[in-house]
Design a protein around this ligand. Structure first.
Ligand SMILES: Nc1ncnc2c1ncn2[C@@H]1O[C@H](COP(=O)(O)OP(=O)(O)OP(=O)(O)O)[C@@H](O)[C@H]1O
Ligand SMILES: [Mg+2]
Length: 216
């Protein structure tokens, strides 16, 4: 078994299809695709075509898909769920924010390394937003206390802080301003050699940066 924070070079879907309870298969033809480290992998496709569903499958929440998913040739279904949680992080379209400090929302139960968090939020143009709050990183927030763009940057920061070998970003730029989009692109280009990065996006600014594109 791989240890936490090891590099994963390939995430491979082989003839994968999935049906939510009592509905038919999401994909007319099952999906076979391999994403690799070192690339900005971008997944596009119309609303409802199954992008989020497909990219959620490596999280191991559902096992009842057809076909197989492999991380470096090891089948994901065989992985211990706890272990899997350390391998894949997912920035959700609907950010997961709880009523707690900004720091705790970014660290999400992991040990707080304040300098690493400070560097990371700086890199995604989020530091000024945080420092404008009354207690800076220690301000207690909830969904209502942040703007849509700030919520999105919080979700991105949470995923980046995990340092997981695989990071999946679901529509990460839909509420970001131009400066923040450019900052995120710059950062992803830097980390794509150490982490396998997949971005679901309709945003032309992201799509044009893709080294590899999958249209569903
Ligand atoms: N929990 C669920 N239960 C039942 N059906 C669902 C569930 N989540 C999604 N679906 C359905 O599965 C299909 C694929 O949804 P999914 O969210 O994967 O699409 P998407 O490509 O991510 O769309 P978008 O671009 O709007 O985010 C849709 O028809 C949707 O209605
Ligand atoms: Mg989606």
């Amino acid at each position: 078994m791989k240890k936490m924070n090891n590099v994963i070079s390939s995430l491979c879907f082989k003839s994968v299809n999935f049906a939510y309870e009592e509905s038919k298969n999401i994909f007319a033809e099952s999906i076979s695709v391999e994403f690799q480290i070192g690339s900005i992998n971008v997944v596009t496709g119309e609303n409802g075509c199954g992008k989020s569903t497909l990219l959620n499958l490596p999280l191991g929440i559902w096992d009842n898909y057809s076909g197989s998913i492999y991380m470096d040739k090891e089948e994901v279904r065989a992985f211990d769920k706890e272990h899997l949680r350390n391998l894949v992080s997912y920035a959700f379209q609907m950010p997961a924010i709880v009523k707690d400090t900004i720091l705790n929302n970014i660290a999400w139960g992991k040990t707080i390394e304040i300098e690493r968090i400070a560097r990371l939020v700086e890199a995604i143009n989020f530091r000024d937003d945080i420092e404008s709050k009354p207690q800076s990183f220690h301000t207690i927030i909830d969904r209502e206390a942040l703007s849509q763009g700030q919520l999105q940057k919080m979700e991105i920061a949470r995923v980046l802080y995990t340092d997981s070998p695989i990071m999946i970003f679901d529509e990460p730029t839909s509420n970001l301003d131009v400066k923040s989009v450019h900052a995120l692109i710059r950062l992803l280009k830097e980390i794509k050699h150490q982490h396998l990065i997949i971005i679901i996006s309709h945003d032309d600014r992201i799509v044009q940066e893709a080294d590899y594109k999958l249209r569903l």
